[in-house]
Design a protein around this ligand. Sequence first.
Ligand code: ATP
Length: 306
Amino acid sequence: MIQITMPLGFLGTVYREIRQALVDMGDMFELLHQPAEITDVPGAPDLRVTGGEVVLDDVRFAYDASRPILKGISLTVPAGQTVALVGPSGSGKSTIGKLLFRFYDVTGGAIRIDGQDIRGVTQKSLHDAIGVVPQDTVLFNDTIRYNIGYGRAGATDDEIIAAARAAKIHDFILSLPEGYDTTVGERGLKLSGGEKQRVGIARTVLKNPPILLLDEATSALDTQTERDIQESLNAMGRGRTVITIAHRLSTVADADMIVVLERGEIVEQGRHEDLLARRGRYAAMWARQSAEDPAEEPPAGKPVGQ
Ligand code: ATP
């Protein structure tokens, strides 16, 4: 019996180790966001963020030259405002986020932050200026303190706790067996989708960037969790420029501007009420989504967009 189970147990361990190594490598690329072909121009200065205005000027992009994905996107996000990108799956929303972070370079046009073309500044300064809250926050197999502290090297315990409070995850952490010393991730405590997202928010609060890129979770969170998380995101967004990639419409009604993309082009833009009144693409998407999931309609009695 021992002779049979030992090798199997050993193989299981090896399998888990290999799998974990692959997960860690995947995480590393995910976190570094550094494709090899993007380099700094020699002597590039750092980005100087004065207000945080983001301008997309006739942005064109194709992953593969034969298939244009963005076909001339022009969009200004004034400093401190929130813009939501909406549109059908595959319309190019996430691609805009990847270009802003310079995961790829535009193939035409330009992206400028406070007047500086992002291709002309150091990637480090660009990445320091933008906080990304991804769909699925990657956790290290380490303590929850480390996982939040990853947002800014050298953060003190007090700062980590303040960030956890802002992300409304502090009380949850205190309820864990070892509090902030609890190991999370694949080998430790598994966190739920909503809890992972809060860790992502806490990291970003700690980083304190002037520009936020939020990639809304596509994975279903329950409605209450989604509303709670949205509140934390809204609080974090105050005073910053926010670009939200919204895969659903339920969370965008408050945005200063909603941009509707279809097949790589802007087909409508405006505030929620204006777009509903226009009875165009957005109004149709809203009606469809409300019919599919009535729970996603704004709470009764709350004027839309307030
Ligand atoms: P969703 O709401 O489903 O996330 P999206 O609007 O964010 O969609 P994108 O992820 O920007 O859409 O994708 C736009 C198009 O680009 C899609 O047709 C997609 O297949 C393609 N695409 C995305 N990433 C890559 C890639 N790395 N290589 C090649 N094509 C890609």
